[in-house]
Design a protein around this ligand. Structure first.
Ligand code: UDP
Length: 328
């Protein structure tokens, strides 16, 4: 049986594809390469195309014995989602609509969905649990939550079983340095800090130091991308074993402030990293930390690289070897 991975050329998708293949899975990737990189596929079977292309979906489901889908393909920039919400509804909600419609038609019963901590919005309590209120503060989180709900109703109607994985802050890279993070534009903290360390940027901006946290900067729960990959693999096995649909947080239950992240990057790289203070970025909650007990108990998920230093050093390894990313 094969696993279809949509968005498998992107950052988390490509690390998951690598992990699946290293664990003996037959993987087929569908990606439109709007953000992803062909070199990130490392030779995996690949269809270039869009989720909106129902004929292509028919071809992929018709040619391969796919029993499970891992669905990453989506737009994922919070700021862009605020200025261009319609494209988020089109890409994320409509894209998933076509995918799920074709899964139902081709009798594919398992989907693991790439969701996000942004479904919670401003948390009422920390650590965040899966049954806490979900009140997204931007269209990105709103579209991901809409998809979670779409999947719930499709389970009820068609028996399509889903696992929705709500990631906190993905970080790091393949420990062997084969693939890593390469976004254009880059908006995420750790790669931006490492670009400063490499001399590709003069300095970075710290978005606000007046948050109610120990040092005034935002606190996030960073999670190694290979540990996210492991969770997707386990989620597929759980669905194959006949489990019911479920939602899981994926984080390390430990928060690091923006200043602490910069400090760790200085330590690992041993380079000068200049940072300037700027006003808050709109929509950033002060603290986001996950409770991941449920994933540990029910998926037997066990993060291998829970420490921030491993995440930064693996990311640094990739960036040093690939100063212009995948170079496309
Ligand atoms: N951040 C920052 N400067 C940057 C990028 C991010 O201060 O150039 C902060 C951001 O405000 C947030 C944290 O770093 O508190 C992590 O941001 P990122 O965009 O990496 O992930 P997010 O938490 O938005 O998913």
């Amino acid at each position: 049986m094969s696993i279809l991975v949509t968005g498998g050329a992107g950052y988390i998708g490509s690390h998951t594809v690598l992990y699946l293949r290293e664990h003996g899975e037959d993987v087929i990737v569908l990606d439109n390469l709007s953000k992803g990189h062909k070199d990130a596929l490392q030779g995996a079977a690949f269809y270039e195309g869009s989720l909106h292309d129902e004929e292509l979906l028919d071809e992929v489901f018709g040619k391969h014995s796919i029993d499970s889908v891992i669905h990453f393909a989506a737009s994922s920039l919070v700021g862009e989602s605020v200025t261009d919400p319609l494209s988020y509804y089109e890409n994320n909600v409509m894209g998933t609509y076509h995918l799920v419609k074709k899964m139902v038609e081709h009798d594919v019963k398992h989907i693991v969905f790439s969701s996000t901590a942004a479904t919670y919005g401003e948390p009422k309590s920390i650590p965040i649990k899966e049954d806490d209120p979900t009140i997204p503060t931007n269209p990105y989180g709103e579209t991901k939550l809409a998809i979670e709900k779409m999947l719930k109703w499709n389970d009820q109607a068609y028996g399509l079983k889903s696992v929705c994985l709500r990631y906190f802050n993905a970080a790091g890279a393949d420990p062997e340095g084969r693939i890593g993070e390469d976004h254009d534009p880059e908006t995420h903290l750790i790669p931006i800090v490492l670009q400063v360390a490499l001399g590709q940027r003069e300095s970075l901006k710290i978005f606000g130091n007046d948050y109610p946290t120990d040092d005034g900067t935002c606190v996030r729960d960073y999670i190694h991308v290979m540990d996210l990959a492991q969770a997707h693999y386990l989620a597929v096995q759980k669905l194959r074993n006949g489990s019911k649909s479920a939602v899981y947080n994926l984080g390390n239950e430990e928060g690091f402030s923006v200043k602490q992240v910069i400090g760790t990057c200085r330590e690992i790289t041993n380079r000068t990293i200049d940072a300037e203070l700027t006003p808050r970025r709109p929509g950033d909650p002060a603290v986001l930390i996950a409770s991941s007990d449920k994933a540990k108990e029910e998926l037997n998920w066990s993060p291998v690289y829970p420490d921030l230093k491993s995440m930064v050093s693996h990311a640094w390894g990739w960036h040093c070897g690939h100063e212009s990313g995948f170079g496309e």
